[in-house]
Design a protein around this ligand. Sequence first.
Ligand code: KG4
Ligand code: ZN
Length: 335
Amino acid sequence: MIWLGIESSCDETACAVLQSDPVRILSNPLYSQIQEHQNYGGVVPEIAARAHLQKITIIAQKAVEEAKIKLSDIQAIAYTTGPGLMGPLLVGASFAKGLAKDLGVKAYGINHLEGHIAAAWLQNTQLEAPFLTLTVSGGHTELVVENENFNYTLLGRTRDDAAGEAFDKCGKLLGLPYPAGAIISKLASTGNRKFHHFPRALKNEDHGEFSFSGLKTSVLRYVEKHGPDYIEKNLNDICASLEEAIVDILVSKSIWALKKTKLKTLVVGGGVSANTHLRQKLAHYTSRHGINLYIPEAGLSTDNGAMIAAAAIRRAQKHALLPKTEVKPWMPLAP
Ligand code: KG4
Ligand code: ZN
């Protein structure tokens, strides 16, 4: 079966063609709007919606061409229903439903976070629930157990900023462009992780919740205290110390959740799962404790269309595709 996946929840207009049985990505192009938002230091919803509208047809055509199929070969469409920005989601949903009607196929709504988990599932499509998931993106940071039949148990999530948001906002304070996660990671690779000890909120508490807003304040105070010349001179060391703090919290809370649930599989997804230091630290712990670790392969951690089609294929395999085109979020959204 040939699927078209469409992702438009934030600042990437992404489409992908996947085949099922066996699952294979045939194409996965995207248009990144980063440059359009960079002057504002973050995503502007209205600009994002307009850019999706301008690009979605072009990217869908590109996905079809790169997959070397005809548009009429598409047998089902999967698109993101949320969580995400209202305007951008509406563009993706309207395009998906319109194309589905034209082709005489069905369009299925997919939860964005389930998409991030499906990106890791592509590494082992035999993977069976229950397993622990850590979703770390620009908008979410949560530990969730995936039970059978796509039932989810929330263990904890962030009380304020998400991990990716912490990277981005701290990066902005350090004078780095949006999104700062990958840039901080690159600078950190040659820095001293012990240069400065940034706070690790809630790290040792016996629950699965996170908090990153204090870290942001602490970076702000640090920048105010030391001034721009000092920051610039020691940027690699500061980035390394900051990355160490964020990764330390994420790894510590994942270990807490693994111990609490006694689960033997950890699936990680979301943009921050591209972080090399996080991947290495999680791999180190899981390999020593007999835990299977699945993280998306390079390029599939951040938002893309393949993860949305993959989530639909995963549900289809279990006969769990939702009949209506609207999907309930897998749990109440963060306030
Ligand atoms: O999943 P994603 O593409 O979009 C959302 O659903 O939010 O995640 C984007 C986030 C951004 O905050 C970005 O800074 C972060 O992922 N990110 C990284 C890395 N690559 C992307 N954070 C740390 N290290 C990276 N290598
Ligand atoms: Zn995402």
